[in-house]
Write a protein that binds this ligand. Structure first.
Ligand SMILES: Cc1cc2nc3c(=O)[nH]c(=O)nc-3n(C[C@H](O)[C@H](O)[C@H](O)COP(=O)(O)O)c2cc1C
Length: 401
């Protein structure tokens, strides 16, 4: 299949599965441990049904969404994904360019293979930088100043990774960064020649062994294992005081990614965050963590009037996005779907993923009898009582009140 014949995100995933060697596909697709949160992220949407209205004139409808003073052409954007360069040549640029063409926000990961300055030169409106911060404030400050100097509009501090999630397949596949191919992986690579030549060797020839370019400018992008180990140890100690320090340092919009409780959402607001990401990291961190859609109503009831709420983890359809907006999210972000697009067709494949989602959101609005995102609210959805409750009626009532 070619990406032009992909009619939904699942089709793009099928292409990605065929084209990628196991080491890259497992890293993209996998969750932590038993994958229970990974599965729950999808299952949670099934428990929510729409309440469609009929005989509403929906001939003029819009999915435009304003966040932080910018108007986007849809209520969703691209979540930060590290090591995206494993999925197409210079993937971070492909993601940024496609986001610019679609007029949607893009969050660049700290763990990208391309320098943040180069990505910023793409001129994407709504370019945000995701920060992995350790206790080492000097290193963090260098990174934050680079983001500021290059014009990133928002900083997204990821907080759900004090330690790495337990992803055994990565160890089994001997996945490591700087990326290297051992014999087994090389043989698998030979079975995927399009990837080996078009992504791996092309990257090797243009910028050397795929590696992180932003973690610390001091080591010129060469992350020696000692630096990485120190970074990880110091990350475990991060707390709200460090967030306060970051708040003082960063004059732009500051968001906390990895919020799953009302208590933490309130703390984020109290500590001066401008927004939050309700996220379980795509099921890649704590196995057994709740899905965003389950906790959104109570978090929206607690802080929705003070902070924009972004949601990610498991969104694959326009219906998923609209359900989250009805339950209190301001915007939704996708991680894997745009990477499937990157594998399938580089920048054009990413754009295809975004266009598919735009098209689906538009259709759902029409079928729901909604002409704009403002019309969405808890009255648009109800729980499917036949299934185990993901969101209690009480929580939805709270939001309505
Ligand atoms: C391959 C991959 C790499 C990721 N790297 C990062 C990262 O560097 N920083 C971060 O905050 N989140 C990272 N995430 C999590 C995403 O930002 C997002 O929370 C998640 O992918 C959303 O779930 P979805 O993939 O089901 O859409 C990564 C996810 C994937 C799939």
């Amino acid at each position: 299949m070619i990406f032009q014949h992909a009619y939904n995100i699942e089709d793009l995933r099928t292409i990605a599965r065929q084209r990628l060697p196991r080491i890259a596909y497992d890293f993209l697709e996998g969750g932590a441990e038993e994958g229970s949160t990974l599965r729950a992220n999808r299952a949670a949407f099934d428990r929510i049904r729409f309440v469609p209205r009929t005989l509403v004139d929906v001939s003029r409808r819009s999915q435009k969404k304003a966040v932080f003073g910018r108007e986007f052409d849809g209520p969703f954007g691209i979540a930060p994904t590290g090591a995206a360069g494993l999925y197409c040549f210079e993937a971070d640029l492909a993601l940024a360019r496609a986001a610019r063409r679609a007029n949607l926000p893009f969050v660049l990961s700290t763990a990208s293979f391309i320098e943040m300055e180069r990505v910023a030169r793409e001129g994407t409106a709504g370019l945000w930088f995701q920060l992995y911060m350790s206790k080492d404030r000097e290193a963090a400050e260098r990174l934050v100043r680079r983001a500021l100097d290059s014009g990133y509009e928002a900083l997204v501090l990821t907080t759900d990774i004090p330690v790495a999630g337990n992803r055994e397949y990565n160890r089994r596949n001997r996945f490591e960064i700087p990326f290297r191919l051992d014999l087994a992986n090389m043989l698998d690579g030979l079975l995927h020649p399009r990837w080996l030549a078009g992504v791996f060797f092309r990257t090797l020839l243009s910028s050397g062994i795929p590696r992180f370019q932003n973690l610390d400018s001091n080591v010129g992008g060469r992350i020696v294992s000692k630096t990485l180990t120190e970074f990880r140890t110091r990350r475990e100690a991060l707390n709200w005081e460090d967030f306060d320090w970051l708040r003082r340092l960063w004059p732009g919009k500051l968001l906390v990614k990895g919020i799953l409780t009302v208590e933490d959402a309130r703390l984020a607001a109290q500590h001066g965050a401008d927004g939050i990401f309700v996220s379980n990291h795509g099921g890649r961190q704590l196995d057994g963590a709740p899905s965003p859609i389950e906790v959104l109503p109570e978090i929206a009831a607690a802080v929705g009037d003070r902070l924009p709420i972004m949601a990610d983890s498991g969104f694959r359809r326009g219906t998923d996005i609209v359900k989250a907006l009805a339950l209190g999210a301001d915007m939704v972000f996708v991680g894997r779907p745009t990477l499937y697009g990157a594998v399938a067709g580089g920048e054009s494949g990413v754009l295809r993923a975004l266009e598919l989602l735009n098209g689906e959101v538009d259709r759902v609005l029409a079928l729901l009898g909604a002409t704009s995102l403002d019309a969405l609210g808890p009255q648009c959805v109800r729980l499917d009582e036949a299934r185990p409750a993901a969101v209690s009626g009480r929580r939805m009532d709270q939001k309505q009140g």
